[in-house]
Design a protein around this ligand. Structure first.
Ligand SMILES: NC(=O)C1=CN([C@@H]2O[C@H](COP(=O)(O)OP(=O)(O)OC[C@H]3O[C@@H](n4cnc5c(N)ncnc54)[C@H](O)[C@@H]3O)[C@@H](O)[C@H]2O)[C@H](O)CC1
Ligand SMILES: [K+]
Length: 547
């Protein structure tokens, strides 16, 4: 199952490593909450979340698998609450629990009779019980997993996997993480179970959003266990959420005119790629931009005029070969003073003449603009560089030293590989670290696209998208993203905010299309109408920024 995301349960939050979670736990304890209390809250929250997602009736049977550490402790508390809620609960313990185990004693007092798996008879009873159960709660290991899983925990997890294979309707719920999933890297143990729901505690763990782990989580929900707000403020990596993005969206005053929402200039390339700039223009409008202009070779005007009703057209002179004439750069440079955001790259091409044309435009970017022409206060247009713009930069030595800072670069992993010289596998193995390092080196906003897109700023701020949607792996979706970010920049968002909000809106729109059409066969233009719908839903749900 693809990792999904229960947005309703998530607010503003930081993604953590196991070590960072331990720091937060320590801070919570220092603030006066005992570890036992945190565990009690965790177990109760897990039980509540299970009953919320899968309403329980008395004939529902649940097996709770309990490991030796605190993750197992959460499982014991959850088992007690699930029993109280009316379910038929069996508890199987793998590993040695501490002698002074209060939650174990509380489970006994509540009438539960845990069975130890360390004996063969225990495994046999588990195998038998599995054939009749509706749910398995995996509380074997959490963030304390230290080494490859073997022995009785491995036998337990393997028995569940076998039963799930036989009966796919068996629902698996992971506590904090699927056992064996590395909280930091997303690596998984060979016996890690694929959960249908992962209830992660306090803060979502980074590994839940990194592959292969992200494929093992099912839906992810985050349980509040009462760690005081603000203790995680100094942590760098944030998860994009509805609430956060709603707060970033631009406010539209009732008496606004189109000038209030900024002008976007999109630059088109040769006829082979004329779909990409069309998508970029349309998505800039759909994200709320006031006016979108398409700079195009004049020979292509009939095509673009037929496709784009609301867009204005800047016609560029071309040579007999249909390439941009040298004066084309000048025409665009003159416009830079009037526009709030420049989107360049979708459908640009990268032949030598186009490269010269592109570099000429970049040189013109020091052209000042009058402050009243855009909602923000910067004097230069904001810039989104995508696709072939990135491919041209990749063959330009030290390109970032010539580029104005804080452009938004939107590479997919292959483009990132060309820009950095790193192998795609290396980039994918550390998406957050790579995006952060190069955002700082280049002094640009890096949007590393793909499942769980990463947005990194030069100052170290970094955000991860909660969405992974294979349906978006289709031509043109990147052009839509570039247009959305351009549209948001034009409305006055800072580069980092426009990138974060754009990534989220684009992916959330993709989720809506997936819900309607499935993963196969969606096309980029399906996203367009869903962008304003997503904006509307976020604003209605969160009454953001005075809307
Ligand atoms: N972070 C919080 O605020 C809270 C977290 N809770 C839960 O606690 C776990 C982390 O607990 P911890 O005891 O540190 O680790 P684990 O339960 O994951 O396991 C540790 C336990 O297991 C042994 N062990 C580790 N790896 C293996 C292995 N491969 N094979 C066999 N045994 C292994 C290790 O020696 C220990 O004995 C977190 O995920 C949350 O679920 C809280 O309860 C609430 C507060
Ligand atoms: K677990």
């Amino acid at each position: 199952m693809t990792a999904a995301y229960t947005t309703a349960t998530l607010q503003y939050m930081k993604l953590v490593t196991a070590a960072e979670m331990r720091v937060l736990e320590r801070r919570a304890v220092e603030s006066g909450i005992s570890l036992l209390e945190l565990m009690r809250r965790a177990g109760r929250a897990v039980a509540e979340d299970i009953t919320r997602v899968f309403p329980l009736t008395t004939d529902k049977s649940i097996i709770v698998l309990v490991g030796p550490g605190n993750n197992g402790g959460d499982g014991l508390v959850a088992a007690r609450h699930l029993k109280k809620a009316g379910a038929l609960v069996s508890v199987f313990i793998t590993g040695q629990r501490a002698a002074d185990d209060i939650v174990y004693r509380e489970a006994l007092a509540a009438g539960l009779t845990p069975i130890s798996i360390s004996l063969d008879i225990g495994l046999e009873r588990l195998t038998q019980a599995l054939t009749e159960t509706d749910f398995v709660v995996d509380a074997v290991f959490g963030t304390g997993m230290l080494r490859p899983i073997d022995g009785s925990p491995a036998a337990v997890l393997t028995a569940v996997a076998r039963e799930k294979c036989r009966r796919p309707e068996l629902t698996i719920v992971a506590v904090d993480l699927p056992s064996g999933l590395n909280a930091d890297t997303g690596a998984v143990d060979p016996v890690t179970l694929k959960a249908d729901l992962t209830i992660t505690l306090a803060n979502p763990k980074q590994g839940l959003f990194l592959f292969p782990g992200a494929d093992y989580t099912g839906s992810v929900s985050v349980a509040d266990i009462g760690i005081p707000a603000g203790l995680d403020e100094d942590l760098a990596v944030e998860l994009l959420t509805d609430e956060l993005v709603a707060a970033l969206l631009p406010w539209r005053p009732a008496d606004a005119n189109k000038g209030a929402f900024g002008k976007v200039l999109v630059v088109a390339g040769p006829p082979e790629f004329c779909g990409a700039p069309v998508l970029a223009c349309q998505s800039a409008y759909r994200s709320g931009a006031g006016l979108v202009t398409l700079a195009q070779r004049c020979g292509l005007h009939p095509v673009f005029a037929a496709k784009l009703t609301e867009v204005t057209h800047l016609l560029l002179p071309e040579t007999a070969a249909g390439e941009p004439a040298p004066e084309a750069v000048e025409l665009i440079t003159e416009r830079l003073g009037e526009i709030a955001a420049l989107v360049i790259g979708p459908g640009l091409g990268k032949d030598p003449v186009t490269s010269l044309f592109f570099n000429g435009i970049l040189s013109g970017l020091d052209h000042p603009m009058s402050p009243d022409l855009r909602p923000g206060s910067a004097r230069l247009p904001e810039v989104v560089l995508d696709a072939d713009a990135l491919n041209i930069l990749a063959v330009t030595p030290d390109w970032w030293q010539e580029l104005q800072p804080h452009c938004v670069l939107t590479p997919h992993p292959r483009e990132m590989s060309r820009l950095t010289g790193l192998a795609v596998e290396l980039i994918q193995a550390d998406r957050v670290g790579t995006a952060c390092r190069y955002a700082e080196l280049w002094q640009q906003i890096v949007v590393l696209k793909g499942a769980h897109t990463v947005v990194a700023a030069p100052d170290g701020r970094v955000a991860v998208s909660p969405f992974a949607n294979p349906g978006l792996a289709t031509a043109g979706t990147g052009d839509v993203l570039a247009g959305v970010i351009g549209g948001l920049l034009a409305q006055g968002l800072t580069a980092f905010d426009a990138a974060r909000a754009g990534v989220y809106l684009h992916a959330a729109a993709g989720e809506s299309v997936r819900a309607d059409l499935g993963e196969a066969g969606m096309v980029a233009s399906d996203l367009l109408l869903l962008i304003p719908r997503t904006i509307k839903a976020l604003k209605e749900n969160f009454h953001a920024a005075g809307n």
